[in-house]
Ligand binder design. Structure first.
Ligand SMILES: [Fe+2]
Ligand SMILES: [Fe+2]
Length: 487
């Protein structure tokens, strides 16, 4: 059944899902695509951009209940917003209210939906835009107050007793690090029903695990189907990683099943990059990393419609090496879309992208995954991962200078406000421009807790607010890639 319908913007209602304007997408802002109309203001903005007709997907209509509708209507007037300090929101918390910024014309734009996690990456975007005050809908002031009051009281109390790391519950942090030390996340896609594995598989629930399939036990079809269908959060003991890798090389590498083959490329790359981080001077491991980048490149060229689904597999946690493979995959996809060919150095871009955060393995792990706000000196320490990564790899003859660009420049910004060098736009290489967009996008859409990560749409919307930091042409192209994949 066809569910796409063309209608007039004047007939749009809150709750409808706009797939795209009925005009060239190039001439319209990207936020007019795949838009779930959530406020009357959304409709007004489409009109302001001169869009008269849109395509809607009737199947994706979300009915707004009368009570919610009243709330939404209330956000359309200027006086219905109040200004609050951005610093009122605590890094690591889920924001209790919708957060708006003003665009260049002074129009309020929602940039963060309530319920999303205010992560360090969100903070990084805000720092870049130098926003100190934001708007919240006046009718959400009560929610904001209820959120804010206990924080203020807690801060006062903790300051009195001289508790410096005021955002953290130490026992939760220890449990989290113990978990990260002892387990390795895996994907169910690679298994076949009826097999008996020589390692135990666990299901993870926060920082606890329960055995889901004991070593040697038969994997029933029903169990496997359920894992895949629910995208179960599965882990194995770190000590079993070699056995898992060996299993994949023997049973999955040459599989005829495309989905398994793609999952293999991803899982294999993660393990190889992790080994290289432990042994950065190994030319053999660098060659293996190159091979895995070649497989990723071929995968994107051969399977442009399926590679993206792999990025989303087991994105339950911010594992540095999962992020590394995601950044390489999306960087290559963007480069290919931008017309960069193998001859122009795709493999070098991919290699640099997959290694971009390798220096994080040299930074105190207590900081890398710290679940709360970083102090200025902690933030500074984390920024050292760029130079540390470069130092780790510069002695390895199997990596070229140009392949180092994504690593060296992935935190640089075209506005000159990036780090470590604060390079001006004309000194930032295309590979650096690509890596900087992809790096923050992946960090925003993955995050610590799956349910509160930014949706692709919301992540792109947030980044679009800092358009001076990113290469406009590449950003628009990337938005187009994500839109096509999300359809
Ligand atoms: Fe980084
Ligand atoms: Fe990164």
């Amino acid at each position: 059944m066809v569910t796409i319908k063309k209608i007039k913007v004047s007939d749009l209602r809150v709750g409808m899902f706009v797939t795209e304007p009925a005009s060239s997408w190039l001439s319209t802002p990207f936020h007019a695509k795949n838009l779930q109309v959530s406020t009357p203001q959304d409709i007004e903005q489409l009109k302001e951009h001169g869009i008269s007709d849109v395509y809607i997907d009737t199947e994706k209509y979300v009915e707004i209940k009368p009570q919610e509708k009243k709330e939404e209507d209330a956000t359309k007037n200027e006086k219905d917003f109040i200004s609050v300090e951005l610093s009122a929101f605590r890094v690591g918390d889920d924001v209790p209210v919708d957060i708006f910024w003003r665009d260049q014309d002074g129009m309020p734009w929602r940039i963060i939906k309530s319920g999303r996690t205010f992560s360090e990456e969100v903070m990084e975007v805000c720092r870049g835009s130098q926003v100190t005050n934001v708007l919240i809908p006046a009718d959400q002031e009560g929610l904001f107050e209820r959120y804010r009051r206990p924080i203020v009281e807690e801060e006062v109390q903790r300051e009195k007793i001289g508790f410096s790391d005021k955002y953290l519950n130490p026992s939760e942090v220890t449990a989290y690090y113990n978990f990260m030390d002892n387990y390795h996340s895996i994907t169910p896609v690679i298994f076949t029903a009826g097999e008996r594995l020589d390692f135990t598989i666990f299901i993870r629930l926060e920082n606890n695990v329960t055995p889901a399939l004991e070593k040697g036990e038969r994997l029933e079809e029903k169990t496997l189907g359920k894992w895949i269908e629910e995208d179960a959060n599965l882990v194995i003991r770190k000590a079993d990683k070699e056995a898992y890798h060996a299993y994949m090389l023997k049973n999955v590498k040459d599989s005829k099943d495309e989905r398994k083959k793609l999952a293999f490329v991803r899982e294999n790359s993660r393990i190889i990059v992790e080994s290289l981080a432990e042994n950065p001077r190994s030319e053999k491991l660098m060659h293996k990393t190159k091979e895995s980048v070649t497989s990723i490149t071929d995968m994107i060229i051969d399977q442009p419609t399926t590679f993206y689904s792999l990025i989303k597999i087991n994105n339950y946690d911010y594992y540095t090496f999962t992020h590394s493979v995601n950044v390489a995959t999306l960087s290559l996809a963007l480069a290919i879309a931008a017309g960069i060919t193998k001859k122009d150095g795709l493999e070098e871009l991919g290699l640099g992208a997959i290694l971009h955060d390798i220096g994080k393995s040299q930074v105190d792990r207590n900081l890398i995954n710290k679940p709360g706000k970083l102090t200025p000196s902690e933030y500074k320490t984390i920024t050292h991962h760029v130079a540390l990564g470069y130092d780790m790899l510069k002695g390895n003859k199997a990596i070229s200078e140009v392949a180092m660009t994504p690593l060296l420049q992935h935190h640089e910004k075209l506005s000159g406000k990036g780090y470590p060098y604060g390079l001006p736009a004309d000194k930032i290489h295309t590979f650096g421009r690509i890596a900087s967009i992809i790096d923050i996008y992946d960090a925003l859409t993955t995050q610590r807790s799956y349910k509160n990560a930014f949706s692709p749409f919301d992540a792109l919307l947030l980044l679009s607010k800092n358009e001076n930091d990113y290469d406009k042409g590449l950003f628009t192209l990337f938005v187009h890639i994500i839109q096509n994949q999300e359809k």
